[in-house]
Design a protein around this ligand. Structure first.
Ligand SMILES: NC(=O)c1ccc[n+]([C@@H]2O[C@H](COP(=O)([O-])OP(=O)(O)OC[C@H]3O[C@@H](n4cnc5c(N)ncnc54)[C@H](OP(=O)(O)O)[C@@H]3O)[C@@H](O)[C@H]2O)c1
Length: 363
């Protein structure tokens, strides 16, 4: 196994960093000092050699929205999702040992640490979204799991029973949507409809959709969703990964009421799926969505409508293992770049024309 380059109890890490939205992303060296003279790690820390890091919208949004006054002069780390190999463990770490292949998410907004770094020192009591890679799951796929999968898993499982359910996934071509399709199939949904472009059609079928609808013509999209609800029954769950407004204000013909157990859950995110320039206003929910959520919260609507975020993602790692074991799980990878070429990954990401995960690979 590779030894970490710790010299004089100091590890030199190469990491992608930035200062604020006006500064570029760049690779810089930073030193991590040993925690004590006798041990480089604190008792609850692990040292990891990164194998792959994966890009997510939140990484680019954090960079593009970082004001110039925030922790001025302190470089911020970039990225959250990764896979890697444990090199050392602190004296109190029981869950991992040297040599373990792990994957996880260490996102910590505007801290000096991010997953786009060749080594990571992780406190496993603070960064809890770390798990062992299931046997046989390739490391590049493992790197792309946590943010999209845990988000989809946490929000979808707010619906307590999807056995034989009808589910609509708005945005089956997004990374969160691809995970969502596989999750609802795994949870036993009977009929799965999704919206996506023709580029994502066959992927959506592979991941569990029974039918797809193109989202570009909004009235045609609405009509096809209503037709599907007439034929198969109203939806038990509508999971919106892309802030599609098509059903807002007209849920009557498509979603079961709150009393009937229906739920509409929208993933909080940007109102544009391209990330060339991100503005604060892009992150605000639309008036229609906000109205649905407020009416639902105040019990003034028949529908359970919520906008949600990834928090602890409880249960995601077990679900990944179960699904992988049952051959019901895959992660679509768009392109893998060398770490030194990370900017190419960011540039491609900012075009919005991405199919699956963009990764960087470390030597
Ligand atoms: N709040 C949270 O905790 C959280 C966590 C994760 C993600 N998110 C948010 O969730 C959203 C999805 O993230 P992601 O990483 O899954 O995205 P992604 O992988 O970058 O999605 C890209 C794909 O989205 C599809 N798309 C673009 N515009 C669309 C539209 N109007 N309707 C339907 N599909 C469209 C395109 O596929 P096709 O056109 O080929 O179908 C495109 O290839 C983002 O807004 C992100 O910020 C939030």
């Amino acid at each position: 196994m590779t030894e970490a380059p710790i010299v004089n109890n100091t590890l030199t890490v190469e990491a992608v960093t930035y200062y604020n939205y006006t500064t570029p992303l760049e690779i810089a060296k930073r030193e991590i000092k040993g925690r004590s003279e006798s041990s480089f790690l604190a008792p609850t820390e692990i040292l990891v050699k990164t194998k792959y890091a994966a890009l997510n919208p939140v990484d680019v949004c954090l960079w593009q929205l970082c004001p110039t006054w925030l922790k001025r002069g302190q470089p911020k780390g970039f990225g959250g999702d990764f896979s890697g190999v444990v090199l050392q463990t602190g004296s109190e770490v029981k869950s991992f040992k040297a040599g373990d292949k792990i994957y996880g998410d260490i996102i910590s907004p505007y801290s000096p640490y991010g997953s786009f770094a060749n080594y990571q020192v992780i406190d496993v009591t603070k960064q809890t979204k770390i798990a062992k890679v299931p046997e046989g799951l390739p490391m590049e796929k493992a790197a792309g799991i946590v943010i999209p999968f845990a988000t989809a898993y946490e929000l979808i499982t707010r619906h307590k029973n999807l056995k034989d359910a009808n589910v609509l996934v708005l945005g089956g071509g997004t990374s969160v949507g691809m995970m969502g399709l596989q999750i609802v199939r795994h949870l036993g949904a009977k009929y799965i409809l999704t919206t996506c472009s023709s580029k994502s059609n066959s992927i959506a079928y592979d991941f569990g959709a029974h039918e797809t609808v193109d989202y570009h013509d909004k009235e045609a999209e609405y009509k096809q969703i209503v037709e599907a609800a007439k034929k198969h029954g109203k939806f038990d769950l509508i999971f919106d990964t892309c802030r599609d407004e098509v059903l807002v204000g007209r849920l009557k013909d498509v979603l079961k009421t709150k009393r009937e157990g229906g739920k509409y859950i929208q993933v909080m995110g940007s109102n544009t799926m391209t990330y060339g320039t991100v503005r604060y206003t892009d992150m605000l929910p639309s008036r229609g969505n906000l109205r649905e959520q407020i009416l639902s919260k105040l019990r003034l609507s028949n529908y359970d409508f919520a906008i949600g975020n990834l928090s602890d993602g409880a249960g995601y790692a077990k679900a990944v293992s179960d699904m992988w074991e049952k051959k019901q799980f895959n992660v679509l990878v768009d392109t893998i770049y060398k770490f030194e070429e990370f900017q190419k990954a960011v540039d491609k990401f900012q075009t919005g024309y991405v199919k699956g995960k963009l990764l960087v690979e470390f030597n």
